[in-house]
Design a protein. Structure first.
Lengths: 533, 403
């Protein structure tokens, strides 16, 4: 808890200075932008960019940029990405001056057409050249829009992925699913615009709102970074008595959520909870408990919370995640083969090895892994508190705990066992003489500093904050699974509130009785922390 | 004996289902012919969660009641509760037409309709709109405006509403057994009819019905309902607390609560133990009495404090001349009267259904207050109703129309 207090002011001042712009590019992008503006936007400036003058005039955005004046003569691109790209080049000067000094750019666009598909990658890289972080929100066309558009969209998406820092990709087909079959087509498009609007707003608020537990760009890029095929996004708000439950239920009902079923497959999930000053720990607890039901065993949770007096009585939950394209692609990074004895403190060589192969994907993780390693020794791990454990176990256990934090696996065999053996061997004897937990901690400390010299080369712009690892709490006691859990989930990052598994006993299956933010089904003596004899 | 005078109240409670068969005498008194009950399953916090199981239990209770009272039950008044039910006060206004001098019954009906013209949440339906007071041209304290001269008729109504699908579930549960549902009554409103007499209502009284799954309450001020509501916390919660704290089976904590439980703390001999005998699958246990009482005390105190705060917000507490009446199964907890007096700061009576004749064992038990209240409500309801086939048809339509 202390670390958080120390950090909060530092980071929020930094975030306050970041200038955020939202660019709506092309017809679909401008529609989404209009929707965002109509829903209300606090933290960013909106800029509409289009080739089609007519569409541009119709937009409600305060700033408008027409690109390709001489290329398209104020008409659209007619679905030709080449024209879109040419137009973007033509408008480069204007765009560049617009992007000057912007810290963060949200680029909303619909892929599959001309302007969006052609210009988006170029604008994304332009923005990056100007030092901005680029988060692109791209919609893929409906299936009924034809194969040609789909291919165009896919090509452009690949280019955009290379150009932007993060691409959040929405499939219109999925978003249309929530619209009833009888509804008009405009409703289907409106539904997708609404979803984009919500997610842009949620993400921008994520950065701008002063948080008690902040979620930063690094967390976001971990969750959405690179290889994902489909973005899962859910946002829910409620201001009723039972707002925690309702907000989660609404978030899970969001079109891209598939009622939370998709969450089970995701390997990391970002959750941000925003509430007024009246938000209680208990509510957050209820909310996360509810959410944990939908999240898979090995999913890594990034949890952030912010208190904003402006939201008043409401409580809002944002869930962001992505599904990995093919399990195979992610597998070598995520899974660690169990080679127990050789694992022993393989810290340094392994990290270097991993650096090379799946480079763009691993980087953020790597940096965090290092941060993790630095912190780990200070963490009161359950293993360090067992003085009576036989020596052999003491040696392997901290190592087993340590090792997975430094992530990926096949390299585990490459350990120079000798070095490790030297540093560790004397310790057990020491322990045997003096059964105190300290010596073991020392042993770990010796291992941990090793990865430090590795440069955190292309780290995300916001420096990774020192964080502590925590196991994702399941409803039952999580302890025994600890060593098993970590290798599969990668190192968790943000500190969690102490979620105690609270039994509701007989009322497990009934609607909770929430009065003044307290779950009355939980025994009174537990809520009031009365010690019984 | 005229069968029309048979009135049946059915309460589907969280811990038990109970059916009271009463006979309305011509002199206005009520005689209890028999009480049927069955343990309830499939009900949580006053609402049906397992339809089939609950239906079986209702059937059992009805069969029991028919046997004991020797009456064939055709129609019942059903009590409902649940956290979804809430209430508010609203005033309706009508202007008496220029050419009409006296206020007539038609005006009274339209003022009720106008009081109901409020926006409920879309899934909610009216359960009751209970008349509080009439005002004729701003003059208050009018009990019956029919025949009075005036231009503007106003009326305050206490409106109780709940989620219609949940109410329908209860109605359907009874209908499918083959019984008519004469009316649906909000539990505390019925309870008040059983435990309060007119003088209490006039003085101002709070009735707290502490049942198994919910605690229902209603406030009478100046003879009219001023506030009512449900808190979905009841005896079940106490048992559940005991289970969680002492790690004993739920059935044992229920028994422990009933037999040994008290809300008084600090008066036990230190180290006094309550012995739980062993049983199949239960090794037996000793529990310190002080611990037991502390758990119960904390829960009940919290419940009362919540209630007191809610009522204080509604400015009800200062008008309770007759004090607080606690009834329902949980009111049998030892020491509850003292605790309530401490929190509400006024005289508290643990009470049960009043002034009846018939099976005394029935109305001496506070667990039956609501079911007896339903019969009382029915009696008052029947008097106001025209008899005959046509009226019955109309009544049926009303219940259908309500949902």
């Amino acid at each position: 808890m202390f670390e958080i207090h120390r950090q909060t002011p530092l980071i929020s001042t930094e975030a306050d200075s970041i200038k955020i712009k939202i660019l709506g590019l092309g017809g679909a992008g401008c529609n989404a932008l209009d929707r965002i503006l109509l829903d209300g936007l606090e933290y960013a400036e909106a800029v509409a960019v289009n080739t089609d003058v007519q569409a541009l005039t119709a937009s409600v955005a305060p700033r408008k940029i027409q690109i390709g004046r001489s290329t398209t003569h104020g008409l659209g691109t007619g679905g030709d990405p080449e024209l879109g790209l040419a137009s973007a080049h033509e408008g480069e000067g204007e765009l560049a001056s617009e992007l000057e000094g912007t810290g963060l750019v949200f680029l909303c666009t619909g892929l599959g057409g001309g302007t969006g598909s052609g210009a988006a990658p170029m604008i994304a890289s332009l923005a990056r050249e100007h030092g901005a972080l680029v988060i692109a929100f791209a919609t893929l066309p409906f299936a009924f829009e034809g194969r040609r558009r789909a291919t165009q969209a896919q090509e452009s998406l690949d280019a955009l992925r290379a150009a932007a820092d993060i691409v959040v990709c929405f499939e219109n087909d999925r978003m249309g699913e929530t619209v009833s079959p009888q509804a008009g087509i405009h409703q289907a498009f409106a539904a997708s615009d609404a979803t984009i609007s919500q997610s842009v707003r949620a993400v921008s608020e994520l950065f701008k709102r002063p948080g008690i537990m902040r979620i930063g760009f690094d967390d976001l890029s971990r969750v959405l970074g690179g290889r994902h095929a489909r973005c899962i996004f859910g946002h829910g708000e409620s201001d009723s008595d039972n707002r925690a439950n309702e907000a989660v239920a609404r978030a899970l009902k969001s079109p891209l959520m598939d009622r939370g079923r998709l969450l089970e497959e995701a390997d990391s999930v970002l959750v941000n909870v925003v509430g007024g000053p009246g938000m209680t720990l208990n509510e957050v607890q209820i909310l996360m408990e509810e959410l944990n039901r939908h999240v898979g065993e090995h999913t890594q949770l990034f949890f952030g919370t912010a208190v904003d007096p402006k939201v008043g009585n409401r409580m809002s939950v944002t869930i962001i995640s992505s599904l990995v394209a093919g399990e195979a692609a992610a597998a070598p990074v995520a899974r660690v083969p169990e080679v127990k004895p050789k694992r022993v403190a393989a810290a340094k060589p392994r990290v270097e090895k991993v650096h090379l192969p799946p480079a763009p994907v691993v980087e953020p993780e790597l940096v965090e892994a290092i941060a993790e390693a630095e912190i780990a020794p200070h963490e009161p791990s359950p293993f360090f508190e067992m003085p009576e454990v036989p020596e052999a176990e003491i040696v392997t256990e901290p190592a087993a705990l340590e090792e997975p934090l430094l992530v990926p696996g096949p390299v585990a065999e490459l350990v120079e066992a000798s070095h490790v053996a030297q540093s560790l061997e004397p310790e057990p004897l020491f322990v045997a003489e003096e059964p105190e937990p300290e010596p073991v901690v020392e042993a770990v400390e010796e291992i941990a500093p090793e990865p430090e010299p590795i440069p955190a080369a292309e780290a995300p712009v916001l420096p990774p904050r020192p964080t502590r690892s925590f196991p994702r709490h399941t409803r039952s006691a999580p302890e025994p699974q600890l060593p098993m859990d970590i290798p599969q989930t990668k190192s968790p990052q943000q500190e969690s509130l102490p979620f105690e598994p609270v039994s509701r006993g007989r009322f497990e299956k009934s609607e909770p009785t929430i009065v003044d933010g307290q779950d009355l089904d939980v025994p009174t003596f537990m809520r009031r922390n009365v010690r019984l004899k | 004996m005229a069968r029309e005078h048979i009135l049946v109240g059915l309460e589907i409670g969280t811990s038990k289902i109970c059916v009271v068969v009463g006979e309305s005498k011509d002199d206005g008194t009520l005689k209890i012919l028999g009480v049927g009950e069955a343990p309830s399953r499939g009900v949580r916090k006053g609402e049906i969660v397992d339809f089939d199981t609950a239906q079986k239990c209702v059937h059992e209770a009805l069969a029991d009641a028919e046997e004991k009272s020797d009456v064939e039950i055709k129609g019942v008044y059903v009590g409902i509760t649940g956290a979804h039910i809430s209430s508010f006060n609203n005033r309706g206004t009508v202007l008496v037409p220029e050419d009409q001098e006296e206020i007539n019954e038609e005006d009274c009906r339209s003022v009720q309709l106008s009081a109901r013209e409020v926006s409920l949440p879309s899934q909610n339906a009216f359960i009751h709109s209970i008349l509080q007071h009439y005002y004729v041209d701003g003059q208050d304290g009018v009990l019956n405006p029919v025949g009075m001269l005036g231009h503007k008729l106003e009326a305050d109504y206490h409106i109780i509403h709940g989620i219609s699908t949940r109410i329908k579930n209860t109605v359907r549960c009874v209908r499918e057994i083959g019984l008519d549902v004469e009316d649906v009554v909000f539990n505390p409103f019925a309870t008040a009819q059983a435990v309060l007499d007119q003088s209490h209502k006039d003085l101002g009284a709070l009735v707290i019905d502490m049942g198994g799954g919910t605690t229902d309450y209603i406030v009478y001020v100046d003879g009219a309902v001023k506030h009512s509501g449900v808190l979905a916390v009841g005896g079940d919660h106490i048992s559940n607390d005991l289970t969680a704290a002492l790690r004993i089976p739920l059935a044992r904590s229920e028994k422990l609560k009933v037999e040994e439980g008290s809300v008084i703390v600090g008066e036990c001999v230190p180290g006094e133990m309550v012995v739980l005998k062993g049983d199949a699958g239960f090794a037996g246990k000793q529990v310190e009495r002080e611990t037991l009482n502390t758990i119960i005390h904390l829960r009940v105190r919290e419940l009362f404090e919540l209630l007191a705060r809610r009522l204080d917000e509604q400015h009800c507490l200062e008008f309770l001349g007759a004090g607080v009446f606690i009834t329902g199964g949980c009111s049998q907890l030892k020491g509850i009267k003292d605790l309530a007096e401490e929190i509400f700061g006024m005289p508290v009576h643990t009470t049960r259904a009043q002034s009846l004749s018939g099976v005394t064992s029935a109305f001496e038990n506070p667990q039956f207050s609501t079911a007896i209240g339903l019969v009382r409500y029915a009696q008052a309801d029947q008097i106001g109703r025209p008899s005959g086939l046509f009226a019955k048809l109309k009544r049926g339509l009303r219940i259908f129309g309500m949902f």
